[in-house]
Ligand binder design. Structure first.
Ligand code: PGA
Length: 251
């Protein structure tokens, strides 16, 4: 079980350090649940400091696929490693929707992250229009297939997939537990096909999209839901800790 908080473009430097401290305090002992927070780039270093001595890991929200050089405004995998990142969110629907990120970019980023021993949290998910047209499996299959193209994985712990239906992100609407389970089982079958059966069973597949303390239990109790990628609710330490506690009771 992995619960990761995606803080998106929220918190300034002191606010991020404070939130990280509050998260550590509110969590207590997360037991077998792995926990990560993904603050904005400028706060990674400070949050890493605030997490020291706890089991909470650090993640970034994006990175560039090149090693380094003339890419103004970008951040590399090595830079993320140097500030203590374990995870990096890749292909979030907001990156795809507002910043023109393509499946090809996501694939290059996944390979670059793996080469630098960062664990990619690869986001996939359909829009409302695509679901209404009955295209959700087709869309998700394409995203998963292209994200892991030419990826050679020996350890299932090195890759995380997050199913985030776009219509559920920040909208207060969640996929029903049955809808989530159905898609997660499908994603696991795809991972078995593309990466191998022996790995697919142990790759964490997270659900994301308006997960809150009130619905976390039901979602996390689904067989193929191995955790959550939490946006809005991760900005309140108490709510985030309650979701982690829900995960703990399901582990
Ligand atoms: P949300 O965001 O929990 O606010 O819906 C989830 C995400 O975008 O990762």
């Amino acid at each position: 079980m992995l619960i990761a908080g995606n803080w998106k473009m929220n918190t300034d430097l002191p606010g991020a350090a404070k939130l990280a401290e509050e998260v550590v305090e509110a969590l207590g002992d997360p037991g077998p649940v792995q926990v990560a927070v993904c603050p904005p780039f400028v706060s990674l270093d400070a949050v890493f400091g605030a997490l020291r001595g706890s089991s909470v890991k650090l993640g970034a929200q994006d990175m560039h696929f090149e090693e380094g050089g003339a890419y103004t405004g970008e951040v590399s995998a090595a830079m993320l490693r140097s500030v203590g990142c374990t995870y990096v969110i890749l292909g979030h629907s907001e990156r795809r929707q507002y910043f023109g990120e393509t499946d090809e970019h996501v694939n290059k980023k996944v390979r670059q992250a793996l080469a630098h021993e960062l664990v990619p949290i690869v986001c996939v998910g359909e829009t409302l229009k695509e679901r209404e047209a009955g295209q959700e499996r087709h869309v998700v299959k394409g995203q998963v297939e292209r994200a892991v193209e030419s990826v050679v994985l020996s350890d299932p712990a090195r890759l995380v997939v997050a199913y985030e239906p776009v219509w559920a992100i920040g909208t207060g609407k969640t996929a029903s537990p049955a809808q989530a389970q159905e898609m997660h089982a499908y994603i696991r079958r795809l991972l078995a096909e593309f990466l191998g059966e022996h790995l697919a069973g142990n790759i964490h597949i997270l659900y994301g999209g308006s997960m809150k303390p009130a619905n976390a239990d039901e979602l996390l109790s689904q067989k193929d839901v191995d955790g959550g990628l939490i946006g809005g609710a991760s900005l309140q330490a108490g709510a985030f800790a309650a979701i982690v506690a829900a995960g703990k009771s399901q582990s």
